[in-house]
Design a protein around this ligand. Sequence first.
Ligand code: B12
Length: 504
Amino acid sequence: MSEPRQVLLINPTITSKRHARFPLAVLSLSAALTGRYRPIILDGNIDRNFVATAVNRVGSGGIAAVGVTVMGGPQLVSAIAVSRAIRAQAPEVPIVWGGAFPTVCPEATVNSPYVDYAVRSQGEETFLELLDAITAGGSDAPTGVRGLSWRSGDCAVHNPERQFSAVALDRTLPYQTLENPQQYLTHTYLGSRTAGYQAALGCRFRCTFCGVATMYRGRMALPTAARLEQDLGFLQRQLGVNGIQFYDHNFFDREVDMAPLLEVLAKFQLPWWCFARSDALANLSEASWKLVRKSRLRMTYIGAESPSDWLLHDIRKGTRADQTFAAIEQCRRYGVVPELSFMLAPPQDPEGETERTFEFIRLIKRFHPPTEVMIYIYTPLPTRRDNTNAAAARMADTLRDGSGAPVAFPRTADEWAQPSWVRYWCHKDAPWLSERLRRRIVDFTTVLGCRFPTIMDVRAPRWGKAALRGLAAWRYRYGRYGNPWELRASSRLIRQWDPRVLSL
Ligand code: B12
């Protein structure tokens, strides 16, 4: 029998080696491919020379295709670098992109000369079918592969969507194929050996700003309790994990479905972190909250987004501002730190909404000071004309820049990799922000971050955080956020880490 064909799976650099987490996307693809193909994982977060390694690997022959996982923002820049280098070394090797970027921007992806195929949404089955078509060697175009975008002459072709699949929940991730799995366990406030993990697939909600909504189109599936128990057992016993960060888009869903999973977590009592919705937390029964406490949920990330119910309605969030307070209250009662994220400066009313959000944050800090706050700019992403998220498409159509001209999104991956668009993708800037507003947001974020240093930063010394708190106190108290030069200078000395960039 002939050897299975090799497929190189690349996770381009997105974070420092120290903050590298299990590259779940390529692990999940590897689990699906094993048996029919021989997957080889190359992680750019670990191998800081991953472009050269990839070029050598492809240069030595035998690679049937290269799969690259790509998130917009900084990872796009490293994905372009590695794809371009591979194309130059071995132009005959097909390059396939999958992940959040090609799902949201398939057209820009296949408009780029170093990408042959864009896999939209879940990738396992689509990639397998594509690989089968590629390795069969025929000259037929891959018209039958659902979820695939490709180029025919000058046109981008988008094959029909693939149905949501829960098959990945039956597969175990091949952690042991990673070079030294232990190096993915990082020191966080959850534990000295924290792992990133995803239990459920998808999300039922379709918020207009969220990439996950484009990826899963309102579908989701939970794992069985047995599956969760098996995975947590493996992570704890085999790898020595003592803290878990759940990447599930929305961990707390229907209470009745969650109960068995909470029982498993209460058994392990590994400190954990997750994403949650305020309405779900506010409505959780006391019995479930007791399990939450027993399981040692340390912090939960709640998309509060805005103090304005009209905006929450516009972005299809499905929650209200009063539920934000109800969720904080429940978290306080059961010893969980609420971590709230906000989206400032929406195009409908950038200045007004920003000021209202500042006041709302101050109110929350008075109500429950340990609440953590994450500040982002509201930056909706483009949607395809045939996308099922019509509300998001309508919103994207109304975007205007500072001079009132329509916002023109980039048309290629290279354009998306320009610094201004990387900042847009990272929710740090938007074309409709005036210079004054941009400054004000940066200044407020600086004052708030110094007045309330995050507990997620386990590296900054205690004295340093106390010094920043003291220095920022008067500015915060009197709302004098303008040009906090002394805080900027001190923050450079006592370098705090930014969980928006580095995660926990
Ligand atoms: C972990 C994570 C990170 C980690 C990355 C860790 C790593 N890769 O080593 C860190 C913390 C660094 C990170 C950073 C950012 N992230 Co992030 N991150 C996630 C998170 C929580 C989980 C991703 C994950 O591992 N999922 C599990 C795997 C199995 O699923 P998957 O990646 O979707 O992969 C499937 C498919 O996409 C597809 N697929 C993926 N890759 C490939 C490749 C091929 C070849 C194929 C065929 C298929 C394929 O198949 C896979 C299996 O079905 C998601 C939210 C979420 N729950 O998905 C956000 C998310 C991906 N991040 C997002 C964003 C925007 C960012 C940032 C760019 C900005 C920000 N502030 O959040 C930053 C950049 C920070 C910076 N450096 O400045 C967005 C992307 C949205 C979008 N529209 O593109 C998400 C969806 C969050 C959200 N709700 O908006 N992130």
